[in-house]
Design a protein around this ligand. Sequence first.
Ligand code: Z5A
Length: 212
Amino acid sequence: NDLKRDSRGALIVLEGLDRCGKTSQCARLLSTLEGLGYSVESWRFPDRTTGVGRMISSYLSNQSQLDDHAIHLLFSANRWEKRSLMEAKLMSGTTLIVDRYSYSGVAFSSAKGLDFQWCKAPEVGLLAPDLVVYLDISPEKAAERGGYGGERYEQLEFQKKVAESYKKLIDTSWKTVDATLPIEDIEKHLKEITLECIVECQKGKSLSQLWP
Ligand code: Z5A
C-alpha cells in the first residue's frame, strides 16, 4: 500500500480505428483498477470540454471547415493544454487511462496526405505513454459493428488509410491486442498488461517525452 501511495501513476494509452472498442475497454479498465484500490482516472482525446476541444468537436461534426494543417495543430494543442495537469496527476500517483493520444493525431492527419514527420513535430515534448495498447481490428470488421455516426472520419475508405498509417507508428514497445475477441477476453488481457506496467512505474521507471 505504501508503494501504491508514494510512487507515480502510469500513463496508459489505448489506440485503434473507430469502433475498435477503446471506449468500452477504458471504462472496464477504470472500474477494475478502482476495484483493486488504485488511484486512477479515465481521460480521452479530443477533450471536447475545452475551448480548443469545442472547435475540434464542431469540425468533426461538419459544422465548421478547417485547413487540414490547422485542425491537426488544434488536436495537438488540445493535448498541450492538458499536459501540466497530466504530469501533476501522474506524479501524485494517479494512473491515467487515455482513449486516443498523439498516435491518433499522426495516424488520422497523415491518412489525409499530410507529411508524416510534419504530423509528429507538434507532439514533441508531450509526455510519452508508459504503455500503448493497439486494439487491432480490420476496417471492414470495424464497419460491420455499425454505429458509424455522421462524424467526418467515420467512413470505410478513410479508415483503411488510417490503418495503414497506424502500421507505420506501431513499434515493438506497443502491445497489440486482437480487438475481435469477446469483450471479456480483451478485458482480462488488458488487466494483465496494465498491472505489469503499473508495477514498473511504481518501481521507479521515469517519465519520458515524445518521441522516445
Ligand atoms: N482524432 C484525430 O484526428 N486526431 C487526434 O489527435 C485525435 C483524434 C485524438 C473522434 O474521436 C475522432 O477524432 C476520431 C479520431 C480523430 N475519428 N474517428 N474515426 P472519438 O474518440 O470521439 O471517437 P472514436 O474513438 O473514433 O470512436 P468511439 O465511438 O469512441 O469508438 P470506440 O471507442 O473505438 O469503440 P466502442 O464505443 O467501445 O465500441 C464500438 C461498438 O463496438 C460498440 O457498439 C461496442 O459495444 C462494440 N464492441 C466493442 N468491443 C467489442 C468486441 N470485443 N466485440 C464485439 N463488439 C464490440
